[in-house]
Design a protein around this ligand. Structure first.
Ligand code: FES
Length: 283
């Protein structure tokens, strides 16, 4: 259970794992997430579902090393077992035949989770266009995987090293300006990206959903750690989300809450890297 059967470094700092967890994979749906712990003493961290191989019972997760917990995970190897993988958690993405073009947008490690969503939208008969963005070509991930599913895949890079130069919002605005009949947008990625996508679609009244990634602890609606404000009301991303109407989310508050423990996170990460260096911890 929870054994790593495949590991691949996709680009500097971003690693993909396939984990054997058949019961979870059987029940999981696009848009949900899991909470996992590398070792007994590790922190519990939420992770989006990046792929579901139901035939083989494999869950795909994609991890970016940004702190102690993610650093521990990316150092795990094939054959090791996660202490626990809890899920599926959260409400699945609402999928229907939207009667027009659906655009799935991913940035950074938000790109893998849009793959199961794109698949589910295709299964319902929608035309699906993917837009993925990164700072530069060497940081782009899941291009092939999304290219296989989407009717069209648009790539943007900040530096113009691949695809359209600029941000995912520029590609979306161009689609709208070109007269594409966009009926539904789903975005997963950095909060600032999701905020700007919601801003782009709002004047056109295009249904726009975002997958929020606030700090989580228990993942059951008990601790309050993942509180977000949506339409002026408090919601818990772990049980009410993670998907919310992007036109109603208070993104600025979310950004403030995400930065709350930055100093403590940096201390823990530096300490972990130091221990790795002197051989007291995993390296
Ligand atoms: S993670 Fe505790 S309430 Fe959502």
């Amino acid at each position: 259970m929870n054994e790593i059967v495949f590991k691949k470094v996709l680009c500097p700092n971003i690693t993909m794992f396939k984990i054997k967890t058949p019961e979870l994979v059987e029940r999981a749906e696009a848009g949900q997430f899991v909470i996992l712990r590398a070792y007994e003493e590790s922190e519990r961290i939420p992770m989006s579902i990046g792929g579901l191989d139901r035939e083989n019972g494999l869950l795909t997760i994609v991890v970016m090393e940004v702190g102690k917990s993610s650093a521990e995970i990316v150092r795990m190897e094939v054959g090791e077992h996660f202490m626990d993988v809890v899920g599926p958690l959260g409400v699945p993405t609402h999928i229907e035949d939207f009667g027009g073009t659906c655009v799935v947008i991913g940035g950074g490690v938000g790109i893998p989770p849009i793959r199961p969503i794109a698949e589910a939208l295709k299964d319902k008969g929608n035309k699906v266009v993917g837009i993925i963005g990164a700072r530069s070509q060497d940081l782009l991930i899941f291009e092939e995987e999304l290219g296989e599913i989407c009717d069209d895949l648009i790539i943007t890079t900040d530096d113009g090293s691949k695809g359209m130069k600029g941000f995912v919002t520029h590609a979306l605005q161009k689609m709208i300006d070109d007269g594409e009949n966009v009926k539904f947008v789903m975005a997963v990625g950095p909060v600032i990206m999701m905020k700007n996508i919601a801003k782009t679609t709002e004047p056109y009244g295009i249904s726009t959903w975002v997958s929020l990634n606030p700090i989580m602890v228990d993942g059951t609606g008990m601790c309050g750690g993942c509180r977000v404000s949506v339409d002026g009301k408090s919601k818990f991303a772990c049980v009410d989300g993670p998907d919310f109407d992007g036109h109603k989310v208070d993104f600025d508050e979310l950004m403030q809450r995400q930065a709350m423990y930055k100093d403590q996170e940096k201390v823990a990460y530096d300490d972990y890297l130091h221990k790795c260096k002197i051989g007291l911890d995993r390296s």
